[in-house]
Design a protein. Sequence first.
Length: 301
Amino acid sequence: MQYSVAIVILNWNGWEYTQLCVKSLLDAGYSENDLIIVDNGSSDGSIPNIKEQFPKAHLILNKVNQGFTGGNNRGIQYALEKGYGFVLLLNNDTQVLPGFLEQLIEEMKGSEKLAAIQPLIYYLGAKDEIWNAGGNYHAWLGYSQTNYQIESDQPYLTEWISGCAILVRSAVLEKVGLLDDNYFAYFEDVDWSLRMRSQGFKLKVHPRSIVYHEAGAASKSETKGVEGFLDPKVHFLNVRNQVFQLRKYCVGPKQWLAWPFHFGKFGLFILYFTLKGRHNKSKAVIKGIKEGLKTPLGINK
């Protein structure tokens, strides 16, 4: 490519998705040499398969699952060390269309104040249905809301950007820092976005750059049990990380609206899961609240 872009793909027991993601990138004309695949301690045979089928990609091996934040941060650090001007984080359960990255880069060239940009993300299984078109952040409620409709056929500003597919300017990371490793997974993209905007940078969505996403591939069970499809850990992480957000961004007068709003929701979650007999999920919510309140806060440049 004309511009130096490292593409970071995180794999955790997801070889089936990763191979399709990488194949879509190669079919679209992107170089295997610019791929950084980070494996988060997989046990499904991913590592030998990646080595065999994509030998030119740089493979980073983590002994254990370091989460979305820890895994991607290793890939980002490697890209920065190699001098890439841009870093694209791309979920392994995505597939891309040709030209998606060139359109993102072209928009980024227009302003040094544009820190990051995302494509328009559709569902892989329903390619006419939007999964993410950017998002709004309601500061007084500490509430991040996903947009499901595009605002324009031209690139437009957004208040937060999805970590599913995000192109970041490397120079910005010197000021903002990497993903906050405290989060592990969920809300880390909202936090990153807020930190970028707090430094005076802007974020955009490019509606003509298209990516398809198999939503929830890493968090859903194949079969529904007593606790439902979602692992209780997902609820723990969501609640804990939302409390992190409250502590970091909802201070002063905002706390009098945001904290009751979210803790009221947490109470309803606990009640719902208890009535459904999903006691592990009730416990996960309570644990998330406790851990969210007592864990030392991470970077917030």
